[in-house]
Write a protein that binds this ligand. Structure first.
Ligand SMILES: [Zn+2]
Length: 486
């Protein structure tokens, strides 16, 4: 088996990680000057290996089962799953789609605060290149808080998503192999205008990005960040245990696989957020030092990409919508996928017609004006309500609209059929991007899906007129989508 030089990742491009994150600091502590210290990480629940001796000894030769910890809406349950894996030449645990996992990665960004807002450089300094993880227990059974369990659970959801995709009639070969980053530490050091410092760390999140090794091979990187103590005290779940999360990240991989090169060829970069930025905006950077409010770019081990044009932002929003729908159907449309997960519950559930705050999910002209920057967004700190200025808000609103349209138009379709429709949707987006280039908008991209659903209606579909009228009511700002439906 090919030896993987995991330590030589030198360039990441088309990163799919969120750009501007809002941080709502607790205030105070302004005099705290923080050089890197152990205690500076006290707000984060950093996990460690349960079987650390394994790194010096052998590793699992091969296995077909593993234990994971999966969130069921109330608690995380130890669950045995099929996960056929083996160890590579260095003893790292590998499966068909995952080349290995790294722990102990750390990147630090030296940022400044200008006019009350944080400004970070495009690239951070990699302080620790990480260590390849190995597994020695033949039954692959570890306690919930072990790093090994995080590896296995993340691994499982990546493999599950991959195998479901590859079984689809419209699947395209050549998916990148995945590398997992387990609890990477992404730290931002802010030098404030008064000369003091604050430190923030990325937590309670997941991301998908690309990496190239020195020899030019490309990999997909699935990152699973640590949990903050603050977040965990609100909901006793680690995000990697939630089935929606890594399947969502895998959805970004599929979108990239079908759309990426076409988008790049017309000068569009694919922008996606860090999984769930908006939904957990208050906690995705856990404060390590003093509080401050930032609007700042962030990326990990890579250069920053922030949506700079309306077309990129629209494509970014559709990418988030795509990832949510992909995850929804990978998880067989379960309505309680995000149950109990603070900020994500209801708002990001494609089955819910309302946000957690009770607002109807509609893409109104007002919403569209905020998204396109014609009007400014509110600055509410309530994560139960979308602000409509972020690409994930497209997923929140149109995730429901799209799932409702698909499910009522294709009631006799299986989840496999619906996943296949999504693959065709990605190909349709690629064609549309190819012909329209920088003219693409949320409206025109969504129309691609509406037209596809129209072609694929199955027995028992809700009457055409009724469903299109409903669509018109849900997205009055996207009138073109409705005419495509009728
Ligand atoms: Zn995402």
């Amino acid at each position: 088996m090919k030896k993987v030089v995991l330590l030589s990742i030198v360039a990441v491009y088309v990163p799919l990680i969120s750009s501007c994150d809002r941080i709502f600091g607790r205030g105070g502590d302004d005099d705290e000057v923080l050089p890197a210290t152990e205690t500076a990480l006290e707000g984060v629940d950093i996990h460690s290996l349960e079987d650390s001796a394994c790194e010096q000894s052998g590793a699992v030769e091969s296995t077909t089962k593993a234990y994971t910890w999966i969130w069921n809406g109330t608690e995380s349950v130890k669950t045995q799953v099929d996960l056929a894996g083996s160890s590579g030449t260095d003893g790292e645990f590998m499966t068909a789609g995952v080349l290995g996992a790294l722990r102990d990665l750390e990147a630090v960004y030296e940022c400044e605060v200008v006019g009350g807002e944080g400004v970070c450089p495009e690239s951070g300094t990699v302080k620790s290149n990480g260590t390849v993880m190995k597994l020695c227990r033949s039954d692959l059974s570890y306690s919930r808080e072990a790093l090994e369990s995080q590896l296995l659970t993340t691994h499982y959801f990546v493999e599950k998503s991959k195998s479901l995709y590859e079984a689809l009639p419209s699947a395209k070969s050549g998916l990148v192999k995945a590398i997992l980053f387990i609890q990477p530490r992404v730290i931002k050091n802010y030098k404030k205008e008064d000369g003091t410092y604050a430190r923030l760390m990325m937590t309670d999140n997941a991301s998908f990005s690309f990496a190239k090794t020195e020899d030019g091979e490309e990999y997909g990187v699935f990152s699973s960040y640590p949990t903050s103590k603050k977040y965990y005290s609100q909901t006793p779940v680690h995000l990697w245990e939630v089935p929606f999360v890594m399947a969502h990240e895998y959805g970004h991989n599929i979108f990239e696989h079908h759309v990426g090169s076409v988008a790049n060829s017309v000068g569009l970069r694919l922008i996606a957020g860090d999984g769930f930025k908006k939904s957990i905006m208050r906690t995705n950077m856990t404060e390590l030092g003093s509080g401050l409010k930032t609007k700042t770019p962030l990326n990990i081990f890579s250069n920053l990409l922030e949506a700079e044009t309306p077309a990129e932002k629209a494509l970014g929003g559709i990418n988030e919508l795509y990832a949510d729908l992909f995850s929804f159907y990978v998880n067989e449309g379960k309505s309680d996928l995000l149950k109990g997960v603070a900020c994500l519950e209801t708002s990001r559930d494609p089955k819910s017609d309302k946000t957690a705050a009770g607002t109807e999910k509609k893409w109104t002209t007002t919403v569209d004006d905020i998204f396109t920057g014609k009007t400014s967004a509110s600055t509410s700190e309530d994560c139960s309500e979308p602000l409509y200025d972020d690409i994930h808000d497209v997923a929140s609103v149109l995730g429901y609209v799209a799932a409702h349209l698909i499910d009522s138009s294709m009631p006799s379709a299986t989840y496999k059929d619906k996943l296949n429709l999504l693959v065709q949707f990605a190909d349709g987006i690629a064609s549309h991007v190819s012909s329209s280039g920088t003219a693409v908008r949320v409206d025109s991209l969504f129309k691609v899906l509406v037209a596809l659903v129209k072609q694929n209606r199955t027995t028992g579909s809700t009457a055409t007129t009724a469903i299109c009228q409903e669509l018109a009511a849900q997205i009055p700002a996207l009138t073109g989508s409705v005419s495509a439906c009728l």
